[in-house]
Design a protein around this ligand. Structure first.
Ligand code: AHG
Ligand code: MN
Ligand code: MN
Length: 333
């Protein structure tokens, strides 16, 4: 069987699904190119002097790593001259970054490097992105242009820089995985139409926050930990990579449930993870693979955002586990 490159797949998709506009195709092609370059920087790591702190804070008050800034610049510069993009917004920038002289209709919002606490220990990190359409009459430098529900995304995806570099994408007809061939430097289609089983015995949560969770999440995790002797009558396994992109990738590949729930430490901010460039794109991918995505109280993809850097509680993955968590939230809060 001949390899299907990302570019060839996009072109075929353009024909097969009639209406994939060329602007969207360019947005995705150039995003893949930027991810290749980020991957190359990560691969050289300490050799390129790119590890460690940048010595600055982002808009969220988080200390930036050098690679947070480098990855952000690579994405901006790769798209800077493209008239297909109207504007970009990122975790690492206070405000949107309109593309000069562009007549483009698309908006790109990204977390240039997710899980950046993993960088200095040579553990997996990723880039998460979401493509939106510039609303009629909206200004590309306004925050408002980006404040769209996750259900409005034109495309969503991520690159995972792990043992290999993979690009995972949805355009609304399933989830597709492309693996970067380090020899040819092409992304090659390696998996199509991922599906998340409705049941699981594997969960992902930062257990150190246990005492800060709400009662519904306390109850749910207590029941999982009780295993065979508890109400669930089976043992559960736990995994936590500390990079949402890698934890969600595992769920897309072999199932599971992921929680970054509301806790009393982050409640004032609305949660830990960001709606526009973490929860929405990862949520749409999960939903496209047959999983569910919720705050515990509502479907994340139907939230009307009020801020570019808005945070939300995130519960996603196996359908029956997310439904159970929503029931516990209804019963206990
Ligand atoms: P980022 O590196 O983009 O700020 O995101 C980190 C997020 C997410 O990727 C991960 O799930 C979570 O923070 C890790 O949180 P803990 O530090 O609580 O493990
Ligand atoms: Mn992140
Ligand atoms: Mn980040």
């Amino acid at each position: 069987m001949t390899d299907i490159t990302f570019s060839a797949w996009l072109r075929d998709t353009l024909q097969g699904h009639g209406e994939l506009p060329r602007d969207l195709l360019n947005t995705l092609e150039y995003t893949a190119r930027a991810c290749q370059e980020i991957s190359a920087n990560l691969a050289r790591g300490a050799l390129a002097g790119v590890l460690g702190q940048a010595g600055s804070d982002n808009v969220q008050g988080e200390a930036q790593k050098k690679l947070d800034v480098i990855a952000n610049d690579i994405l901006l510069q790769t798209h800077a001259n493209g008239s297909y993009l109207a504007s970009m917004a990122s975790e690492e920038m206070d405000d949107p970054w309109p593309v000069e002289n562009s007549i483009g209709r698309y908006l790109l919002v990204f977390d240039p490097l997710d899980g950046s606490s993993n960088i200095d220990i040579n553990a997996p990190v990723g880039t998460i992105f979401s493509v939106l359409t510039l609303p009629e009459g909206a200004s590309p430098d306004s925050h408002d242009a980006f404040l769209q529900a996750g259900s409005c995304q034109a495309a969503a995806g991520y690159a995972l820089y792990g043992a290999s570099t993979q690009l995972v994408l949805t355009l609304g007809f399933g989830v597709y995985v492309f693996t970067l061939d380090p020899r040819s430097q092409h992304f090659i289609l390696t998996q199509s139409k991922l599906t998340i089983p409705t049941d699981t015995s594997e969960f992902a949560i930062n257990m150190s926050n246990q005492r800060f969770w709400e009662p519904a999440v306390q109850r749910y995790i207590d029941e999982l930990l009780a295993g065979r002797e508890g109400p669930r009558e089976r043992d559960f396994n736990m995994r936590w990579v500390a990079a949402m992109v890698a934890d969600v990738h595992r769920i897309l590949c072999r199932g599971g449930v992921f929680l970054y729930p509301l806790d009393s430490k982050t409640a004032a901010k609305g949660g830990k993870l960001r709606l526009l460039y973490e929860a929405n794109p990862m949520g749409w991918l999960v939903q496209q693979a047959g999983g569910l995505v919720s705050t515990g109280r509502e479907n994340i993809l139907s939230i009307e955002p009020t801020g570019l850097h808005q945070r939300v509680p995130v519960i996603l993955g196996a359908k029956h586990e997310v439904e159970r968590l929503e029931r516990y939230h209804r019963e206990m809060n």
